[in-house]
Design a protein around this ligand. Structure first.
Ligand SMILES: Nc1nc2c(c(=O)[nH]1)N[C@H]1C(S)=C(S)[C@@H](COP(=O)(O)OP(=O)(O)OC[C@H]3O[C@@H](n4cnc5c(=O)[nH]c(N)nc54)[C@H](O)[C@@H]3O)O[C@H]1N2
Ligand SMILES: Nc1nc2c(c(=O)[nH]1)N[C@H]1C(S)=C(S)[C@@H](COP(=O)(O)OP(=O)(O)OC[C@H]3O[C@@H](n4cnc5c(=O)[nH]c(N)nc54)[C@H](O)[C@@H]3O)O[C@H]1N2
Ligand code: SF4
Ligand SMILES: [Mo]
Length: 883
C-alpha cells in the first residue's frame, strides 16, 4: 500500500508543509504539501533532499555512558543521580540545560518546566539566544510582548519589501520564491536589499545598499529623520497608539542628521541612500524583513527597534501588506519562545522578573518551586561552565562546540565539565564526542509534536518511521529523568498531546487579553484531534477560533499603557574594531544547501556538491594586497582562534570585509570551523553574539602540496594537515593539503586508502621530480578509491572521476583515462553541480547554453529542468547566461 504522511520540514523557520510517501518498495519520496498555507507545495533544495537524510548511518542508536552502550534504565538513572548530586552539593544554579529551536514545542515545554519549576533554577538557555534574542528584546521594548505582527501573505500584498540582514534566497528560499512570484505578478513591487555583501538575494533587488557592517542603526535613524522631513509621519496613529516619538526623533536627528552624513557613516553613495528613503517614504505598503544581519550584532536589539520605529512613525503595522517582519531561523524558534525556553523568560510569554507571573506559573504547574531570577544567557552560561561554576550540563538538539562564538573555548569548557549529557540523533558531533552520557533522540520522521514558524503558524510534525535503534522522544527522555529526580507528579505524560494541552491551557490561564500568546482555544485535544491538527496562526482564542494572521490591527499593544513604545536609538559601533594587526572584518553565515553543523544535510550527496569546502569570500583587490590567489587556501586568524578555507574571489564583497560559512565542524574538516575565530562579544540587552563582525587577519596557508581523495569508504586522515570531507554519490570526497610532502608518496597514499595491504589492483603514476602522484585503486572493474596529489592547486576537476563510483564496471576507454582525471573523448565532464534538485552540472549548463543558444532561465528549465523546482540556483543560472 502507498501511504502518505503530512508533516513539516525540520529545517528553516519558513515551516513548509511536506508530504512523505512510502512506495511499495519501501522508498520514501518527499514533496511539498500543496495544501499547506506557508509553502503551497513548494520546497527548497534542502527540503527536497530530506529523503536522502533518513538512513541510520551515523545515527546514535543506544544510550552510552563514557563510550559504552548501556540500557535506558541505567542511563536515565545516571543522569538523574548526576544532576541530583550536583544540586545537593552546590545548589540548583550549578546545573544547566542548553536546548534548541529544533526541539518540538512539547519537548521544549517539558525541559523548561523541569528546570524552572522543579529544579528551581533558570539556567536553561537555548541556541535561539544566538538567533532570535535581539528580536525578542526589540519586540518586547516596542510592543510589550514578543509578537511578530505580520504573516507571509503580507509579502504578496506589499508594494515595497525591504530585506535587511537577510540572505532570503538561500536561507528562506521558499519565501524568496513567494516574493519573486509576487514581483512577476505585480511588477510594481519593489525590493530593496540591505547587506554589506552582494548576495544571491540581490538577484531580485531593485536597489542594493551594501552598507558598512554594523551601521544599520544609523541608516534607520536617518530614515526616521527623513520621514519627518518628508512629512510622512502619521500623526493620528502616533497620537492614538504610540509613545516616545519626540525623543526617538530627537536622537535620530542628532545621530543621522542628513542623507550625506548617513551615506558617509554607512559607506554608501548618497544617491543610493536617498533612493531608499524616497521609496520607503512614498510607499505605504512596506514590509521590512530582517534576520541575522540585524540580530547577530552588539547593537542587535537597537537595530530591531530602529526598524520598528520607522513602521510605528508611519502607522505601517497591523494592516495587510505592511509591518516589521523578523524571519525566524529554526523550525521551532518561535515555539521555543512560546514555552519560555530563554533563560530570562517564563512559559507562555510570561516574565521571570514579574512576581505575579511567577506565582501564576507555579500555581498552574503546582510545582514545588519557581526560579526567581533570570538564568545565564548562552555565552555567559558556557563561561560559567569554563569557570567551574556550573558542574552539570545537559545539551539537547544543538551543537555548541561548533556553533557558539569562541568555539575553541566552548569545546574546552565542555571537555572539562564534570558531567555533560547530550541528547542528539547523531553519534559523532563535536559536542557528543566530548560528552559523558549520550541519549539517542528520535529524529525527523520518527517524532510527533508541533512547531511554530515565522508567521506564528503552529503545524504538526508527524512520524512516518519507526525509531532508529533505541531512540526515544525528547519529551519522554526529559520526563523520565524528572521522575527519577523525584518529580513524578508533574511529568506523568503518556503522549505529546497531553503536553500540548497543558501548554495551550497555561497560555490562557488568567490571561483575560493581558498576554499576547494565547492558544487556549486549542487545549482539550484528544489523540485523534491532535493527529488531525491543521496549521493555525496564534493567537487562537474563543474570540478568534480560526487564528490570527496579523497582530495589532486594533492598535492595542501589550505595554502597561496599551501604547507601542518608540525607542531612542543611539548608534554604537561593533564591540571589536579592526586594527593594524587584525585589519579585516569577518562576517559569517550560511550557504544554500547546508544546514548549520551539517549533521543531517552533510549526509546528502546532492546537498554537498554546491559548496563542498569551507571558503573565504574576499574582494579580489583585498586578496591581491594580501598576495593570495583565487582557489588557494588561506588562514583567517583572530584574537580567539584560526580557521583555514578556500579563497573565493567575490566582487560583491565590500573592501575590508570577508565572509565565511558557519557549517564545517571537526567531523567534516580539520580546520574549517569558523566559530573558532568568532569573537564572543554580545548585545548588552539580548546577550546575542556578534557573529557578523570579528576583526581578523588573513594570510596564505603555507601548504606545499594539494590533492584530493575519492573513496567508497569513509577514511580517517590523521596526520593530514588540511582535510575536508564531503558526501558524494557512492563515495566520499576529501580535499587535502599539507605542509610537508611524504618521501614515499605511493606508500603514504596506500597507508590511507588500503583496508588491507595485500591489495594489488592499483593504477598509478608518480613523477617525483614534479612532485605529482596519481593513484587509483580498483576492485575488480570498479573504482574503489582515487588519490591525486600535486604541488599546487592545479588538479583535474573531481566531477568525472566522482561519476565513476556510480558505475558497476568501467570500459576500456574510461580505464585508460583514469589517471588524466578527464573523461575520454566523446564523454563530457558535467562539472560542479549548480542545480541540486535535478543534479545538473556547470559544464552541462555551459554547453547547452552555447550549443542550443539558450538565452533565458526559462529556456534552460525547458531544456535541462535546472531551476524549475526550488529555484535556488536561478541567480547562478542567470550568471552563466550573462557570462
Ligand atoms: N541554507 C540554510 N538556510 C538556513 C539555515 C542554514 O543553516 N542553512 N539556518 C536557518 C537559521 S537558524 C537562521 S537563523 C536563518 C538565518 O538567515 P539569514 O539571516 O538570512 O542568514 P545569514 O547568512 O546568517 O546572514 C544574513 C545576511 O546578513 C548579512 N549581514 C552581515 N552583517 C550585516 C550588517 O551589519 N547589516 C546588515 N544589514 N546585514 C548584515 C550577511 O552578509 C548575510 O548575507 O537561516 C535559516 N535558514
Ligand atoms: N559563525 C556563526 N555561527 C553561528 C551562526 C552564524 O550565523 N555564524 N548562527 C547561529 C544560529 S542563528 C544558530 S540557530 C545556531 C545553530 O547551531 P546548532 O544548533 O548548534 O546547529 P545544528 O547543526 O542545527 O545542531 C542541531 C543538533 O541537534 C541534533 N538534532 C536534530 N534533531 C534533533 C531532535 O529532534 N532531538 C535531538 N535531541 N537532537 C536533534 C542534530 O543532529 C545536531 O547535532 O548557530 C549559531 N552559530
Ligand atoms: S524553505 Fe526549505 S528548508 Fe525552509 S522549511 Fe521550506 S523546504 Fe524546509
Ligand atoms: Mo538561527
Amino acid at each position: 500500500m502507498v501511504e502518505t504522511t503530512k508533516t513539516i520540514c525540520p529545517y528553516c523557520g519558513v515551516g513548509c508543509g511536506v508530504l512523505v510517501t512510502r512506495s511499495r518498495d519501501g522508498e520514501y519520496t518527499v514533496e511539498g504539501d500543496p495544501s499547506h498555507p506557508s509553502n503551497f507545495g513548494k520546497l527548497c533544495s534542502k527540503g527536497s533532499a530530506l529523503g536522502e537524510t533518513l538512513s541510520e548511518q551515523g545515527r546514535l542508536l543506544y544510550p552510552e555512558i563514557e563510550g559504552q552502550r548501556v540500557s535506558w534504565e541505567r542511563a536515565l538513572g545516571q543522569v538523574a543521580k548526576g544532576f541530583g548530586d550536583v544540586i545537593k552539593q552546590h545548589g540548583a544554579d550549578a546545573v544547566a540545560f542548553y536546548v534548541s529551536g529544533q526541539l518540538l514545542t512539547e519537548d521544549y515545554y517539558v525541559a523548561n518546566k523541569l528546570m524552572k519549576g522543579y529544579i528551581g533554577s533558570a539556567n536553561i538557555d537555548t541556541n535561539s539566544r544566538l538567533c532570535m534574542s535581539s528580536s525578542v528584546v526589540g519586540h518586547k521594548r516596542a510592543f510589550g510582548s514578543d509578537s511578530v505582527p505580520c504573516c507571509y501573505e503580507d509579502l504578496e500584498r506589499a508594494k515595497l519589501i525591504v530585506l535587511t540582514g537577510s540572505n532570503t534566497a538561500w536561507c528562506h528560499p521558499v519565501l524568496f520564491q513567494r516574493i519573486n512570484r509576487a514581483k512577476q505578478v505585480n511588477p510594481d513591487l519593489m525590493v530593496v536589499v540591505i547587506d554589506p555583501r552582494e548576495t544571491p538575494t540581490c538577484d531580485i533587488a531593485d536597489l542594493h545598499l551594501p552598507l558598512r557592517s554594523g551601521t544599520d542603526t544609523v541608516l534607520f535613524n536617518g530614515l526616521l529623520n527623513y520621514l519627518q522631513q518628508d512629512d510622512e509621519i502619521n500623526r493620528s496613529y502616533l497620537n492614538a497608539y504610540t509613545e516616545g516619538f519626540d525623543e526617538a526623533l530627537n536622537v535620530a536627528q542628532k545621530t543621522a542628521p542628513s542623507v550625506d552624513w548617513v551615506a558617509q557613516r554607512c559607506g554608501l553613495e548618497s544617491a543610493t541612500v536617498s533612493a531608499f528613503y524616497r521609496l520607503f517614504s512614498r510607499t505605504e505598503r512596506v514590509v521590512t524583513v530582517y534576520s541575522q544581519g540585524v540580530n547577530q550584532s552588539t547593537s542587535g536589539s537597537d537595530k530591531v527597534n530602529a526598524i520598528i520605529n520607522c513602521h510605528l512613525a508611519t502607522g505601517r503595522i497591523g494592516r495587510p501588506g505592511m509591518g516589521p517582519f523578523s524571519f525566524t531561523g529554526q523550525p521551532n524558534a518561535m515555539g521555543g519562545r512560546e514555552v519560555g525556553g530563554l533563560a530570562n523568560m517564563l512559559a507562555a510569554h510570561m516574565d521571570i522578573e514579574e512576581p505575579e507571573h511567577r506565582a501564576l506559573v507555579q500555581t498552574f504547574w503546582d510545582s514545588p518551586t519557581i526560579a526567581s531570577q533570570p538564568g545565564r544567557k548562552a555565552v555567559d552560561l558556557f563561561n560559567a561552565i569554563a569557570e567551574g561554576k556550573i558542574k552539570a550540563l545537559w545539551v539537547m538538539a544543538t551543537n555548541p562546540a561548533v556553533s557558539m562564538p569562541d568555539a575553541g573555548r566552548v569545546a574546552e569548557a565542555i571537555e572539562q565539565c564534570e558531567l555533560v549529557v547530550v541528547s542528539d540523533c547523531v553519534k559523532d558531533t563535536d559536542t557528543t564526542v566530548r560528552a559523558n552520557i549520550l541519549l539517542p533522540a528520535l529524529g525527523w520522521g520518527e517524532k510527533e509534536g508541533t512547531v511554530t514558524n515565522s508567521e506564528r503558524r503552529i503545524s504538526r510534525q508527524r512520524a512516518f518511521l519507526g525509531p532508529a535503534g533505541e531512540a526515544k522522544a525528547d519529551w519522554w527522555i526529559i520526563s523520565q529523568v524528572a521522575q527519577r529526580m523525584g518529580f513524578s507528579q508533574g511529568f506523568d505524560y503518556q503522549h505529546p498531546h497531553e503536553i500540548f494541552n497543558e501548554h495551550a491551557a497555561l497560555s490562557g490561564y488568567e490571561n483575560g487579553g493581558q498576554r499576547d500568546f494565547d492558544i487556549s482555544a486549542l487545549s482539550g485535544q484528544d489523540a485523534e484531534s491532535y493527529h488531525r491538527f491543521s496549521p493555525i496562526q496564534w493567537p487562537v482564542t474563543e474570540k478568534q477560533p480560526q487564528g490570527s494572521p496579523r497582530m495589532f490591527s486594533d492598535g492595542r499593544f501589550f505595554t502597561p499603557s496599551g501604547k507601542s513604545q518608540f525607542q531612542a536609538i543611539m548608534p554604537q559601533l561593533p564591540a571589536n574594531a579592526p586594527s593594524d594587526d587584525f585589519p579585516f572584518v569577518l562576517n559569517t553565515g550560511r550557504v544554500r544547501d547546508q544546514w548549520h553543523t551539517m549533521t543531517r544535510t552533510g549526509k546528502a550527496a546532492r546537498l554537498s556538491e554546491h559548496s563542498p569546502e569551507p571558503y573565504i569570500a574576499i574582494h579580489p583587490e583585498d586578496a591581491a594586497s594580501a598576495h593570495i590567489d583565487d582557489g588557494e587556501l588561506a588562514s583567517v586568524v583572530s584574537r580567539w582562534g584560526e580557521m583555514v578555507g578556500r579563497i573565493r574571489f567575490d566582487n560583491g564583497q565590500r573592501r575590508g570585509e570577508l565572509f565565511a560559512p558557519m557549517h564545517w565542524s571537526e567531523q567534516f574538516s580539520s580546520k574549517g570551523k569558523v566559530c573558532a575565530v568568532v569573537n564572543p562579544a554580545v548585545d548588552a540587552l539580548s546577550g546575542q553574539p556578534e557573529f557578523k563582525h570579528t576583526p581578523v587577519q588573513i594570510r596564505r596557508y603555507q601548504s606545499v602540496w594539494h590533492g584530493f581523495i575519492l573513496s567508497r569508504r569513509e577514511l580517517k586522515l590523521e596526520g593530514v594537515c588540511y582535510w575536508v570531507k564531503a558526501t558524494g554519490n557512492d563515495h566520499y570526497r576529501y580535499e587535502i593539503a599539507g605542509e610537508q610532502l611524504a618521501e614515499n608518496l605511493p606508500a603514504w597514499a596506500r597507508s590511507y586508502l588500503c583496508a588491507s595491504s595485500d591489495d594489488v589492483n592499483w593504477v598509478e603514476l608518480l613523477d617525483s621530480g614534479a612532485q605529482t602522484y596519481r593513484g587509483v585503486r580498483m576492485v575488480g572493474n570498479q573504482v574503489e578509491s582515487a588519490i591525486f596529489i600535486a604541488p599546487d592547486k592545479a588538479l583535474p576537476s573531481r566531477s568525472w572521476l566522482a561519476s565513476l563510483f556510480e558505475k558497476k564496471a568501467l570500459d576500456d576507454s574510461e580505464r585508460r583515462a583514469l589517471l588524466t582525471g578527464k573523461p575520454p573523448v566523446g564523454q563530457i565532464d558535467t562539472g560542479r553541480v549548480i542545480c541540486a534538485c535535478f543534479n545538473v552540472g556547470e559544464n552541462t549548463l555551459r554547453e547547452a547554453i552555447k550549443k542550443q543558444g539558450l538565452t533565458s532561465v526559462e529556456e534552460i528549465g525547458k531544456c535541462l529542468n535546472a531551476g524549475t523546482n526550488c529555484g535556488s540556483c536561478v541567480p547562478e543560472l542567470k550568471g552563466l547566461l550573462g557570462g
